[in-house]
Design a protein around this ligand. Structure first.
Ligand code: NAD
Ligand code: MG
Length: 402
């Protein structure tokens, strides 16, 4: 292993979330190699305070002036010199700061797009967990990466597995590398075997109880509808320049194989491991070196068997909707993402039935005309139009709950 002479300076956007906390856990194991210089945590000031005291970053960013002043006061009292800033521009500033080398993009949803894009435009090593940013703005995002020479490394376990299973010289052409298909594995979520008639009455608590992974609430619901896999198909399209027809989804309930690459000579390469996000996080932090992640080694005797099933597109219509948006291109993926965010948030607030999430997305895809996307403003316009349309649909279907 080559030890870098200078510590890499890391910014973690969304340090208080599930991915953020796992990232800090890995960073803490390698204090001689990485220095945490900036963090953000929206309104989770308690967790931010604890992280500031533990890591002493230069800057911490919160959502608004109230949370910032609360945190700043508490940090002064604790003798911690971290400067507290607030708001979306402060996120962009820390993500593109000249004194930052690596940016972990782990804010959930569209709120992460601008800072993640700023990190890409500034040529950072971008560790991408915030898949929604790439789904919304794929073309614009990838163009920013190419222009700046940023290094984009996937944190999503499936894409990290594909990245590890592709040739190390992979240059964005599946055919030239002898790749036939990318196979994304999916656990199938908590409702894989539930009677479809019962799905209409499932609660947010049931939807968030994922069988294999502990994650934030939004991605947990996305896993339960399988929209997560749909977003991941779109993410794979952009990351690996893979045509939609070359990306397949396989349900694999054990979540041990994190994804596979099928080559024309019949070889299938895969990456396996315990379902713990510290593995892809450590991989992307250390790459091309390998560093300890704290994840225990895989015990194949304990696992004993691996199962595979075809996804049930009737039970999980969101997966088909995502492929439809990917095929349509232009603004369609941004519209899909925005409608999904609105519908998931309404479901989590008990304002919409679980099974209506797909209906809201389908009616929004039908209701918002497809437009070309050439810049961030186009993305934000599509996002705004889709949210307005989705909220109307939620208003109509929400009456079923009351
Ligand atoms: P989470 O809900 O646990 O954490 C989200 C983070 O974003 C928190 O730090 C929160 O403070 C911050 N945040 C929320 N709203 C914000 C806003 N409006 N502005 C600024 N910051 C805001 O989510 P998570 O599970 O850590 O997921 C983060 C991202 O990583 C998502 O895009 C998710 O799809 C992706 N991801 C997560 C996992 C996982 O295992 N958790 C796996 C793969 C990909
Ligand atoms: Mg994933």
């Amino acid at each position: 292993m080559t030890l870098t002479s200078q510590r890499k300076r890391v910014c973690v956007l969304g340090s208080t979330g599930s991915i953020g906390v796992s990232t800090l856990d890995v960073l803490e194991r390698h204090r001689g190699r990485y220095e945490l210089v900036a963090i953000s945590g929206h309104r989770q000031t308690d967790r931010l305070r604890e992280q500031c005291v533990r890591f002493r970053p230069r800057i911490a960013v919160t959502a608004d002036p109230e949370s910032a002043s609360l945190l700043q006061t508490e940090l002064r009292r604790a003798g911690c010199a971290t400067e507290v800033r607030h708001g979306p521009q402060a996120l962009v500033d820390i993500a593109s700061d000249a004194a930052v080398d690596y940016v972990m993009a782990a804010i959930v949803g569209a709120a992460g797009l601008e800072p993640t894009l700023a990190a890409a435009a500034a040529g950072k090593r971008v560790l991408l967990a915030n898949k929604e940013a790439l789904v919304m703005a794929g073309d614009v995002f990838m163009a920013a990466v190419r222009r700046s020479g940023a290094l984009l490394l996937p944190i999503d376990s499936e894409h990290n597995a594909v990245f590890q299973s592709l040739p190390s010289c992979y240059a964005g052409n599946l055919g030239q590398s002898g790749v036939r298909r990318i196979l994304l594995t999916a656990s199938g979520g908590p409702f894989r075997n539930m009677d479809p008639a019962s799905l209409a009455s499932v609660t947010p608590e049931q939807a968030c109880a994922h069988p294999n992974w502990v994650m934030g609430r939004k991605i947990s619901v996305d896993s339960a509808t399988m929209m997560n896999k749909g977003l991941e198909a779109i993410e794979a399209h952009w990351l690996f320049n893979a045509p939609p027809s070359s990306i397949e989804v396989i349900v694999h309930p054990q979540s041990v194989i994190h994804s596979l690459v099928d080559y024309i000579d019949g070889s299938v390469l895969a990456q396996l491991g315990n379902p713990d996000m510290r593995t892809p996080i450590a991989h992307a932090l250390g790459w091309p070196d390998r560093i300890d992640s704290g994840v225990r080694s895989l015990d194949l005797f304990e696992i004993a068997r691996l199962d595979f099933e075809r996804p049930d597109l009737e039970r999980f219509p969101c997966l088909g909707l995502a492929y439809r948006a990917l095929e349509a291109g232009g603004s369609a993926p941004a519209v899909l993402n925005a409608a999904n965010e609105e519908a998931v948030s309404a479901f989590l607030d008990h304002r919409l039935r679980f099974t209506r999430i797909a209906d809201v997305i389908a009616s929004t895809l039908d209701g918002v005309p497809r437009a070309a996307i050439t810049c961030l403003e186009d993305v934000m316009a599509a996002d705004g139009a889709a949210r307005r349309c989705a909220r109307q649909a939620i208003g109509r279907w929400g009456k079923e709950i009351a």
